[in-house]
Design a binder for this molecule. Structure first.
Ligand code: GLU
Length: 295
């Protein structure tokens, strides 16, 4: 089924708590872009960090999406079931001589000015119990974001060699996301602006692993009065499915779409149909963030 379609999008929540308005935006934008392009919208549960995931959260997220009528195609992919695939990709990079161990602490990296200076690349002593990093190159990684325009990063100097396996042995987000986007044949990634600075790392890995390169679109992030991203860490309120209509109306406006005021109070299905029919990605504000109270 998948290979007959030219557009495959996805929503990839981390089940560290219930959905909040910020995650609803990413879900809605990726859904509308997929459906307006007659594509598939897949769901992937990024559940790689059990210590940060209340056991009921993944299920809660799925039920909540359903209550907003955000129905996904195909089966949910759970990253916790994909460890072998990540190990294989890591092995591929290891065979290319790109992986090395590093036991530098957070404090040490802070003292380097926040960007890792790749010092363990050339160490002669054996590092045990460290993280595994991938070597970057002195290259500029650029891509054309469908919303934000050209984005570019000097990989070596702005990012440095980055972690693929954490010190605690867990696979890092950067590796898992790239392996799974390729596995699910994702053609289009629509997500929050906070992840735009991860995209060059992901593109670099896609190139190293010989994967196809997806297109990217980064939507503005909803922030609170203090300018902080609405997130579970900042105790953003869980969205209430009883208010689905109001919240979807608000989310459409936030994304620069202009729902007819007559749609106020309409059902989720009606709002989503309107959203698909009128989706205009060029109308999404080319901004990093927007105070959510302003909508
Ligand atoms: N799991 C990530 C998050 O919830 C999103 C990953 C992505 O869209 O690439 O922030």
């Amino acid at each position: 089924m998948i290979s007959d379609t030219t557009y495959i999008g996805r929503f990839a929540p981390s089940p560290s708590g219930p959905l909040h308005f910020g995650s609803l935006l990413a879900a809605l934008a990726s859904y509308l872009d997929a459906k307006a392009n007659k594509g598939l919208w897949l769901l992937r549960m990024e559940d790689l960090d059990p210590a940060r995931e209340p056991p009921e959260a993944a299920e809660q997220i799925l039920r909540c999406l359903e209550q907003f009528s955000l129905h996904w195609d195909s089966e949910v992919l759970y990253q916790s079931h994909r460890l072998e695939a990540y190990a294989e990709a890591l092995n591929d990079l290891q065979e290319q001589g790109l992986i090395y161990a590093c036991d530098c602490t957070r404090q040490q990296i802070h003292a380097m000015g926040g960007v890792y200076d790749n010092r363990c690349r050339t160490r002669n002593d054996r590092v045990t119990g460290g993280a595994l990093r991938v070597q970057t190159q002195n290259i500029q990684v650029s891509f054309e974001d469908r919303i934000q325009g050209e984005y570019s990063q000097d990989l070596l100097y702005q990012c440095g060699d980055f972690v693929l396996v954490r010190k605690d042995g867990l696979f890092a987000y950067q590796l898992a996301v790239v392996v799974d986007d390729a596995y699910q044949q994702i053609t289009d990634i629509v997500r929050g602006f906070d992840l735009i600075e991860s995209s060059p790392r992901q593109i670099y890995l896609q190139r190293c692993l010989n994967y196809p390169l997806p297109r990217y679109a980064h939507i503005p992030v909803a922030v609170n009065e203090e300018g902080q991203k609405l997130s579970k860490q900042h105790f953003a309120d869980a969205i209430n499915p009883q208010q689905a209509s109001e919240l979807l109306f608000k989310a459409l406006s936030f994304l620069g779409q202009t729902p007819d005021p007559a749609l106020a109070g309409a059902s989720s299905t009606e709002l989503l149909s309107w959203g698909i029919a009128h989706w205009d990605i060029q109308a999404v504000p080319k901004l990093a963030n927007i105070p959510h109270e302003s909508v």
